[in-house]
Design a protein around this ligand. Structure first.
Ligand SMILES: [Mn+2]
Length: 254
């Protein structure tokens, strides 16, 4: 039985990351190392720090990453691409060119007899009104058309700088450490959601940039994926067992 992998939050291209090419290469080496063992790869959002595509133009860069996911899909490995809150603005290119299966919202899906709830995680349980307002605007089709009405120089500049700022407003550009079960929005959201969806075995989220593997009940478990900026963490499911792992170069990967 082949493995299924889950990872998120590479924020490729972020101006807040110093070694951007090394950063992309490491992710590509990981994907290369699992390609023969993988049935599917779920990219759970914010793989790009800012992605906005136009009718005839896509952002510069990321050729190694885009090439690698195309190689995987050409081989028959399913690659699922969830939009996060930094790469919402994709309109067909990633599906057509790279063969990914695109998801714009949370999904519930069965993988080898287990039921998974998968989402990037932004907007789930987060009560911050400013974030909710921005999120609404970012997802609004009219605002998206307006963004692409202007020359790419303007829209890309705006987006890249917004993304950089959203990272640097935190100390060292890192997210707040784990706040505990009672305060983490994603844990609180999941506990509520479980009440009406008792069939779900595994909840997996990105977005928070922390590693978390938490048992919520006898048969439900919640994972938060860490990130691919500093932590290089992923979840792997082999049909029977599920683990949160760290990619260490030179070690053989499960
Ligand atoms: Mn995010």
């Amino acid at each position: 039985m082949k493995n299924v992998y889950f990872l998120s939050d590479a924020h490729l291209g972020s101006l807040a990351i110093e070694h951007r090419r090394m950063h992309e290469r490491r992710l590509v080496r990981f994907l290369d190392s699992i390609k023969h063992k993988a049935a599917a790869v779920y990219l759970l959002g914010d793989m790009f720090d800012f992605w906005n595509e136009y009718k005839y133009v896509v952002p510069k860069g990321f050729t190694r990453f885009l090439g690698k996911i195309s190689e995987l899909t050409d081989m028959g490995v399913e690659v699922h691409f969830f939009t996060g809150n930094h790469d919402i603005w994709t309109y067909g290119y990633l599906e057509e060119e790279c063969g990914v299966i695109l998801h714009r919202r949370a999904i519930t899906t069965e993988i080898y007899d287990k039921v998974f709830y998968l989402a990037h995680g932004d907007g789930l349980g987060d009560p911050d009104p400013k974030f909710r307002f921005l999120r609404k605007m970012f997802h609004n089709r009219g605002c998206q058309r307006l963004l692409n009405f202007f020359h790419p120089w303007w829209g890309m500049q705006l987006g890249i700088n917004w993304a950089k700022k959203s990272r640097l407003k935190r100390a060292d550009g890192k997210e707040a450490p784990y706040m505990g079960e009672d305060r983490e929005y994603l844990v609180r959201f999941t506990r509520e959601y479980m009440k009406t969806h008792s069939d779900i075995d595994y909840y997996i989220y990105g977005h928070r940039h922390i590693e978390l593997d938490l048992s919520l009940s006898r048969n439900s478990r919640l994972f938060i994926l860490g990130d691919w900026i500093w932590q290089f963490t992923y979840v792997v499911f082999d049909g029977e067992h599920i683990f949160l792992e760290e990619y260490v170069e030179g070690e053989s990967q499960p």
